[in-house]
Design a protein around this ligand. Structure first.
Ligand SMILES: Cc1cc2nc3c(=O)[nH]c(=O)nc-3n(C[C@H](O)[C@H](O)[C@H](O)COP(=O)(O)OP(=O)(O)OC[C@H]3O[C@@H](n4cnc5c(N)ncnc54)[C@H](O)[C@@H]3O)c2cc1C
Length: 434
């Protein structure tokens, strides 16, 4: 085997796709514990975002202004690239360049919104964004309490499961092999005269290089246990809404929609006329535990339904038909890393902190260049070779993460009650670097 990949989510599949596009003779195998798209890639909010979840200021602190601008430009291009591949490979993922609206629903959020727009302006991206007044926002979508919105046209929306399943089919068409229902139980680094390998119950898969593309689930492999934190993002979905409800809400442009809540919310208008409302309130579990049972958390799902009705009062009697969730990978410094160690033959890409729909494509292209020994503008980006610090050992990790989760929720509550920017908002913003 030339390349063996752990995980058939976006990261593993985009990596395989670009490897095979560059060199159709490569033998590429993807080993997947469940089915292609089982992880976050098959069940996310569908935002194809043109930014990371770490601020430009924070990236510039580490890598300087020029490289930060290069990264941001690459992210804008990534949205186009995903649209291009969907069209050229006939992946019916409903890719639609709808843009994004980040709404300020309370005065404390309006301050954050202006700061955010100012940051993009300072980095020279003023022409890629704009601030909308309350009236301009309402012409697009009528959200209760909206004071204005940060508008970013360079966002798209996809049907996430169709994208990942479509991509899997394309990879197989190009000659990649996907082995589902096969768990990688360990990794063996390569060295002089030995190839690296993925260990499975059915034997080792040796290759010239192995790629670890398991995002949050990488925490289950001992050497990577503290490399990312599995953060649960949860979603509720309404029934298809009627014409009268859509008449009240507007949202004809189907923009990706969120507020400036510190503890994160995100909404989509689905292709079949429902509202998807997602958020990150679910508690971190001790020891970075991941279990199918955690995909549903009654309190968090109920909170999300309450939020949805608060955003759009006409949902008061609407039925919510679906609720689900899943883990995503958060590195300690919120910065994704795309790594390839030629000595051990081990590569990985991870830590998109909830922005992996587009970032995984950028990571896959970058990995393909690194594995192909090609120096390119992608391999010069700050994410290439970035190593985040490890998370703390338990019980410190649990104590710290739960404390920050509670503090963020409290800051939002205080901001909503008083209308003022809560003391500590800046601190929370730093922690979240949203
Ligand atoms: C509810 C939710 C909403 C989200 N919304 C958005 C959004 O709107 N926009 C956005 O950009 N991002 C969003 N994200 C994040 C985004 O979905 C992820 O960043 C992205 O899908 C990560 O892709 P991946 O391929 O790296 O990981 P995954 O999709 O998690 O894939 C990893 C794969 O590896 C497999 N695997 C794990 N361990 C093993 C093993 N030992 N052996 C074999 N296989 C293994 C898993 O089964 C899985 O299929 C969301 C995430 C969630 C959970």
């Amino acid at each position: 085997m030339d390349v063996a990949i752990l995980g058939a989510g976006y990261t593993g599949l985009w990596t395989a796709y670009y490897l095979l596009r560059h060199d159709p003779s490569l033998r590429v195998a993807i080993i997947e514990r469940r089915i292609a798209g089982f992880g976050a890639s098959g069940r996310n909010g569908g935002w194809c975002s043109s930014k990371l979840n770490i601020s430009l200021d924070a990236v510039a602190e580490m890598y300087g202004r020029d490289r930060t601008q290069a990264l941001q430009r690459a992210l804008y291009d990534t949205v186009d690239e995903i649209g291009r591949v969907c069209a050229s490979e006939r992946i019916d993922a409903g890719f639609a360049r709808v843009g994004a609206l980040f709404v300020a629903r309370f005065p404390y959020q309006a301050g954050m919104m202006r700061e955010y727009a100012g940051m993009f302006e300072r980095f020279g991206f003023g022409d890629r964004q704009g601030l909308l007044s309350a009236e301009e926002t309402a012409r697009r979508v009528r959200v209760k309490g909206a004071l204005g919105a940060w508008h970013c046209p360079q966002y798209a929306h996809v049907q996430p499961a169709r994208l990942v399943r479509g991509l899997a089919r394309v990879v197989e068409r190009l000659g990649g092999r996907i082995y589902e229902e096969t768990e990688v139980t360990g990794i063996r680094p390569g060295g002089p005269g030995t190839r690296p390998a993925l260990r499975t119950g059915r034997g080792d898969v040796r290759a010239r290089a192995i790629v670890l593309a398991g995002e949050a689930y990488l925490t289950r492999l001992r050497p990577l246990h503290r490399s990312v934190l599995p953060a649960y993002s949860l979603i509720v979905l309404t029934e298809p809404l009627g014409a009268a409800q859509w008449g009240e809400i507007g949202w004809q442009g189907r923009e990706c929609l969120a507020s400036f809540r510190i503890s994160i919310d995100y909404l989509s208008r689905t292709g079949d006329g429902r509202i998807l409302f997602g958020g990150r309130g679910a508690p971190y579990r001790f020891g970075s535990a991941i279990a199918d049972a955690y995909d549903r958390d009654t309190r968090t799902h109920e909170m999300l339904r309450r939020f949805a009705r608060d955003w759009f009062p006409c949902l008061a009697n609407a039925r919510f038909t679906h609720a689900w969730g899943g883990p995503l990978g958060m590195p300690r410094d919120w910065m994704p890393g795309v790594l390839y160690d030629r000595t051990t033959g081990i590569a990985s890409a991870r830590g998109y902190t909830g922005h992996g729909v587009s970032a995984s494509n950028l990571a896959g292209r970058t990995l393909a260049d690194l594995l192909g020994d090609r120096r390119s503008p992608l391999t010069e980006l700050p994410i290439a070779g970035h190593r985040s610090p490890s998370w703390e050992p338990e019980p410190l990790r649990w104590l710290g993460v739960r404390h920050v989760q509670r503090a963020m929720a409290r800051l939002d509550e205080m901001g909503e009650k008083t209308g003022r920017a809560p003391t500590g908002a800046t601190l929370a913003e730093r922690l979240s670097r949203h």
